[in-house]
Design a protein around this ligand. Structure first.
Ligand SMILES: [Ca+2]
Ligand SMILES: [Ca+2]
Ligand SMILES: [Ca+2]
Length: 332
């Protein structure tokens, strides 16, 4: 039981950003881009015919899952419109659709086939951001599907035929925008509506062992406000154990509950030798090491997710998030 991913795309994604393979997401098509998120920050949109994305969860096929996603569905013609496909590889197993009456349906098979379960009318709207949450148990006889829209349950169906094959990924085609995604590997982990808030480094701290590519303000090298800027400015180190920690922007006013904190590093090596890095999160007196990852010469993304404050072992207080420091460390 675990949340496998949180993603809010506030860190700008575009077609030339580093590969997103480490996040589980794959985008394709020339029309996938970024747009403003509904609560600030950024979101992803697919506004053309060839755009799509796939989220593949680690560990292979899963029969039970929970996920949430903020959706913006553009105007479509009359009839059912594909919203989310559940696939095994590229084989479409199940499809969630909406139609012009606001009905949300689950179909078994490709091409919006057999309707397995559906809501009443008046739920999902066009040209409006809505938060859709899904809890599903895939089974050919006793399948379960529960749906929430903007925190309100709109479907609770059981005894369903949801097919005989577990999906490995979910897939969304064109004409949608999305934000604030989470995915968990059981059918009982609905988080409720929330949002991801991106926070960038703001200042150096006493732990300052890396070297800025220009000047001496390390945090300013890694706060790329318009998105990852590749080799334009960066911090570097070839010293084992060298640690750089930065203060990070505070949460917006009014945040009462923090469900999870994720650190994100974009890094690469330019050595012809083995190099590995980790991201360190310091909360209070506790320095928590993230996963160590070998580096290649191409930039990639490395995330660590902390559902609890490592300094207390309890849920994050907003004040603890505000006080936290984050930065990279050379492992080898
Ligand atoms: Ca966002
Ligand atoms: Ca930079
Ligand atoms: Ca702060």
């Amino acid at each position: 039981m675990a949340i496998l991913v949180y993603e809010g795309w506030d860190w700008a994604f575009d077609r030339t950003s580093p590969a997103l393979t480490n996040t589980g997401f794959a985008f394709s098509g020339s029309a996938a881009g970024i747009r403003a998120g509904v609560f600030g920050g950024r979101a992803v949109e697919m506004d053309g015919g060839d755009a799509s994305w796939t989220y593949t969860w680690p560990g292979g096929a899963l029969g039970s899952m929970s996920f949430g996603i903020r959706l913006f569905a553009f105007v479509k013609a009359v009839g059912d419109t594909d919203v989310i496909q559940f696939r095994n590889g590229t084989t479409v197993l199940l499809q969630l659709s909406q139609n012009t009456h606001g009905i949300v349906r689950m179909h078994r098979g490709a091409a919006l086939g057999t309707i397995v379960a559906e809501t009443g009318p008046g739920y999902m709207r066009h040209e409006a951001w809505q938060y859709l949450e899904v809890e599903m148990v895939r089974d050919a006889a006793v399948g379960q599907l529960r749906l929430w829209l903007d925190g309100v349950q709109i479907l609770d169906a059981s005894g369903l035929n949801l097919g005989a094959t577990n999906p490995t990924n979910i897939f969304m085609t064109n004409l949608h925008a999305m934000d604030d995604f989470y995915f968990a590997n059981t059918a009982t982990e609905r988080q409720g509506e929330g949002r991801m808030q991106g926070l960038l480094p703001t200042a150096d701290t006493a732990a300052k062992a890396w070297v800025a590519s220009t000047g001496t303000n390390n945090a300013a090298m890694v706060d790329d406000p318009s998105g990852f800027n590749s080799d334009t400015d960066f911090v570097r180190s070839a010293t084992v154990a060298a640690l750089d920690l930065y203060d990070v922007a505070d949460l917006p006013a009014g945040v009462a509950t923090v469900k999870s904190v994720k650190t994100r590093r974009v890094s690469r090596k330019d050595d012809a030798t083995v190099r590995s890095l980790r991201t360190v999160l310091k909360s209070g007196a506790t320095s928590q090491n993230g996963a160590t990852a070998a580096q290649i010469t191409t930039y990639d993304i490395f995330d660590d997710v902390y559902g609890l404050d490592p300094n207390t072992g309890a849920a994050w207080a907003p004040s603890a998030v505000d006080a936290a420091q984050v930065g990279p460390q050379v492992v080898a």
